[in-house]
Design a protein. Structure first.
Lengths: 533, 352
């Protein structure tokens, strides 16, 4: 997030797109509603009627995969009606002409046809956003999990720059990170091309610094991403794979392919708190401590580093992940010992400019610190790009709308999109162990519009077979008018009736994110008793 | 800033503060049942219990400290006989229709009413109220609503309407039968309630009580403040621990969550001590995963890393780190892959 969560209550307009906020990030959903109560106007652009739709002043129920068309049309309206922030564009941005060229012919009427909403609603959303003094954008995987995900984000960035909403309090462009420490995993160099704090492995100075600190020679060749690792494992090119605290056997697209790949890996190590679907395929399983059993820090979606504190001893012979990793590092000849995670943070701070001023003493004293926090007397940064855009000038990118990789056809006539429910978390490794949560959300389901269901001969609660080009599953039909005809929705949490047996592994060429949000499926009712699994 | 005097002490507090905050700043504790310490934006909006009343010089009536703004030169007394008498009477009125089952009540030890009755030596009420006979609502998966124990402080309604913004609750009826409820007195499971438990966290009595697997008394648990391990919001919370087990969770007023939690953060903790937790390393032998020692597991892993690296080069190895573990652990993981495996093949599920 460029800005902080607490700032949203003072936004004049909040634009939520590609995020079912009250389910995925419930407390931020509540803060957005607090903003509404204080008088903020709300715009929601989502493929389904979500909880926040009822709070929306403008609700755009767009077809999945048409984000860029919507944003381009909004910018077309803003520019053609002269609502852009010209002074800001002049002073703080560059390549504005590229944007104008890309959106000038993209009228609301054109987008209305692609997105399946009215041109007037697009105009209303554009005017509302552009006329606000402080407008914030909140988005999540509904924007990113497309083959055009990166372009979707760039397009939103264009919109914020166009109206001067970057670098102001209660504005900004705010991705909601799905996992407790996905921000931290990225910050800490859990990326193939990046060392800590996004220092590139291809940058010789950065690499030399780490080589000196760690006392080893490092590769300057960027590695491969998760989806490519799985792909390479399938081809026998990855022979040793170490998976910590992840369950790709439920979370990855095209699960048949994932299973084949993991089985094909010569040696698989899985470190987790439960024997997950993935751990069952491992050659060695290491029992890890849960968050309640160890010390450390998480970095939240607003770049806020906060302490994790040990409340109980590790269960059985489980060990904290940092202890396990230190043991293996030591056995591999990298002999540095740490007696407490605070010493690891000191090493991180010494190598990472944005974490340079973060220490356990300061975190305990202040409660939290938001990076960038370069020095121990720096108060942290509540919102980014305040004095100037970090790269110098905000860069406009002319983005063309491109349709999704796999669209419905005669054979697979429905568009499947996936997401979360409030009562489960990711692959249910944790929430699946909580009785009350299972009671509230017991099993996989597929949301179908009643009109579509009638054509299919499917009743509410009926078992249906859903198939795509990659696999087929059995799940339960949930009839609801919150979804459009021709579009269906499934949560991805469940391993039985797993949505990701169906999803399309086609990748965004830049970020390598899979297109979870759009694929084509066929739905058939089970009409014989023998059909039941 | 505004200057005033409380119990003879000179206090200086920001304009728009309430008397209760000025007293706190002066180190004078004012008792209350309805003031929402956890949610500062609406802190004095309830003003319903009247237990916080104080004497303000020049005013005829006692003033509720939680809802009376400070004024320059105010002279306030918080411990006069009149104040204490009024507080006792308020408590007796609240107690007049309250079940006195503290021996078995789950809230004992952190019950606002119990604590104040202890403080003011109220053994029983001089008034005899009409005891309510509301059916106990156990329909929610995570908490029990027993409106017979409600003191009408409004905290739950405020939490649901103004903070969580779900609007599942409001007040119904008058007099002794006044109570917060979902529409039409339906079971809460049939309302728009999303089980966030923010009402439960602020209830001063046992009117809203979490269902727990392990019974505990509030004085038996230790508290550890930490960060929630579900989504990326980073809510601050206290883990309540009894006998080495996490038995409950309460919200903390963190910068990101402002005292709120969601259903997963508040109630989704039973995985921690679940019997299915992995407790020992496992090694695959003859196709089956069998128990092993840490040393066996480490030796095997390091041997495989070394051999694979020697035979096929570092790029034949890869590691998937985790968006679920700490920064320090992510740091060590990528260090292990880069420095130990000799490759940059490290990624995690940021995209999934």
């Amino acid at each position: 997030m460029t800005n902080s969560i607490a700032e949203v209550v003072n936004s004049d307009v909040v634009f939520i797109t590609g995020s079912n906020t009250t389910a995925g990030h419930p407390v931020i959903g509540a803060r957005i509603r607090q903003a509404k109560q204080k008088g903020a106007k709300i715009i929601v652009a989502e493929p389904r009627v979500i909880d926040l739709s009822s709070d929306a002043d403008v609700f755009l129920q767009i077809m999945p995969g048409t984000n860029v068309a919507l944003y381009n049309a909004m910018m077309n309206v803003i520019i053609s009606e002269g609502l852009q922030n010209s002074a800001y564009i002049e002073e703080r941005t560059e390549k504005y002409d590229d944007l104008v060229a890309a959106v000038s012919s993209f009228t609301p009427e054109k987008a209305a046809e692609i997105c399946g909403v009215s041109a007037d609603d697009i105009r209303a959303a554009a005017r509302l956003y552009a006329k606000a003094a402080k407008a914030s954008i909140f988005y999540s995987m509904g924007v990113t999990q497309h083959t055009t995900g990166t372009e979707g984000v760039m397009s939103l960035s264009n919109l914020t720059l166009l109206c001067g909403n970057i670098g102001i309090e209660s504005g900004g462009i705010n991705p909601l990170r799905g996992q407790n420490n996905v921000q931290g995993a990225c910050d800490m160099g859990g990326l193939p091309g990046d060392l800590t704090g996004y220092q590139k492995v291809a940058n010789p100075d950065a690499l030399a610094k780490f080589e000196k600190a760690w006392g080893v020679k490092l590769s300057d060749k960027p590695g491969v991403t998760l989806t490519e690792i799985v792909h390479k494992a399938g081809h026998g090119d990855i022979k040793f794979l170490y998976i910590m605290g992840e369950n790709p056997m439920v979370s990855d697209p095209d699960l048949n392919h994932v299973e084949e790949a993991l089985k094909n890996t010569e040696f698989l190590v899985v470190q987790d708190i439960f024997l997950t679907e993935t751990a069952r395929l491992a050659d060695v399983v290491l029992p890890a401590a849960s968050f309640a059993e160890k010390e450390g820090t998480f970095s939240n979606t607003e770049r806020r580093v906060q302490r994790v504190r040990k409340a109980i001893e590790p269960i059985g012979n489980a060990k904290a992940d940092w202890v396990i990793l230190m043991d293996i590092l030591n056995r591999l000849g990298i002999e540095k010992q740490y007696s407490h995670p605070s010493e690891i943070m000191a090493e991180i701070a010494s190598l990472t400019p944005s974490y340079g001023g973060i220490t356990y003493e300061r975190l305990d004293q202040l409660g939290s610190l938001q990076w960038p926090c370069p020095t121990t007397d720096h108060p942290g940064t509540t919102y980014l790009h305040k004095a100037a855009i970090a790269r110098g000038k905000g860069l406009f990118k002319g983005i063309e709308y491109k349709p999704s990789n796999e669209l419905p056809d005669q054979e697979y006539p429905f568009l499947l999109t996936t997401g979360r429910v409030l009562y489960h978390y990711h692959t249910r490794t944790m929430t699946g162990k909580v009785d009350g949560l299972n009671a509230l959300s017991p099993e996989s389901f597929i949301e179908i519009n009643p009109t579509t269901a009638k054509e299919l001969g499917v009743n509410d609660g009926a078992k249906v077979r859903v198939s795509s080009r990659r696999g087929e599953i059995a799940t339960v039909a949930k009839l609801t008018r919150t979804i459009k005809q021709g579009v269906v929705f499934m949560p991805f949490h469940f391993s039985e009736g797993a949505a990701n047996m169906l999803t399309n592994p086609a990748l965004d060429p830049i970020s390598k994110i899979p297109e979870y949000k759009v694929c084509a499926v066929r739905i058939e009712p089970f009409d014989r008793v023998s059909d039941y699994v | 800033m505004v200057k005033l005097t409380i119990d003879g002490k000179a206090v200086e507090v920001p304009k728009n503060s309430y008397l209760i905050e000025a007293a706190n700043a002066a180190g004078i504790k004012i008792p209350t049942l309805c003031y929402l310490e956890l949610h500062k934006d609406k802190r004095g909006d309830n003003a319903s219990c009247r237990v916080c009343c104080v004497e303000v010089e020049g005013r005829k009536n006692l003033a509720p400290a939680c809802a009376t703004p400070v004024m320059e030169g105010m002279v306030v007394k918080t411990d006069t006989a009149r104040v204490i008498g009024a507080r006792k009477m308020m408590l007796e009125l609240l107690l007049s229709d309250h079940p006195q089952d503290c021996l078995t009540c789950g809230q004992a030890g952190k019950c606002g009413l119990q604590d104040l009755c202890y403080q003011y030596d109220i053994k029983e009420s001089n008034y005899r109220g009409i005891m309510s006979d509301f059916p106990v609502d156990e329909s929610n998966e995570f908490y029990v609503r027993d409106m017979n124990k409600c003191v009408n402080c409004r905290r739950c309604v405020m939490a649901c309407s103004s903070f969580q913004c779900t609007h599942a609750l409001d007040f119904a009826s008058r007099g002794f039968t006044a109570h917060p409820t979902p529409p039409f007195d339906d079971p809460v499971s049939e309302s728009v309630c999303v089980s966030c438990g923010n009402c439960v966290s602020v209830c001063p009595t046992a009117a809203l009580l979490p269902k727990t697997k392990v019974k505990y008394r509030n004085w038996e648990v230790s508290r550890t403040t930490t960060t929630c391990s579900y989504c990326g919001v980073g809510c601050q919370l206290d883990l309540l621990v009894k006998d080495g087990k996490v038995v409950g969770i309460e919200p903390v007023d963190g910068a990101a969550n402002n005292g709120l939690l969601c259903v997963k953060g508040k109630f989704g903790y039973n995985f921690i001590n679940h019997p299915d937790r992995l407790t020992t390393p496992l090694i695959r032998k003859d196709g089956k995963l069998v128990e092993a020692t840490w040393d066996e597991a480490y030796t095997l892993i390091v041997d495989k890393i070394t051999k694979t690296k020697a035979e096929f080069g570092g790029d034949a190895l890869a590691g998937l780190t985790s968006a679920r573990v700490t920064n320090e652990e992510n740091y060590l993981f990528q260090k292990m892959v880069r420095a130990g495996f000799g490759t940059n093949n490290v990624d995690h599920c940021a995209r999934l």
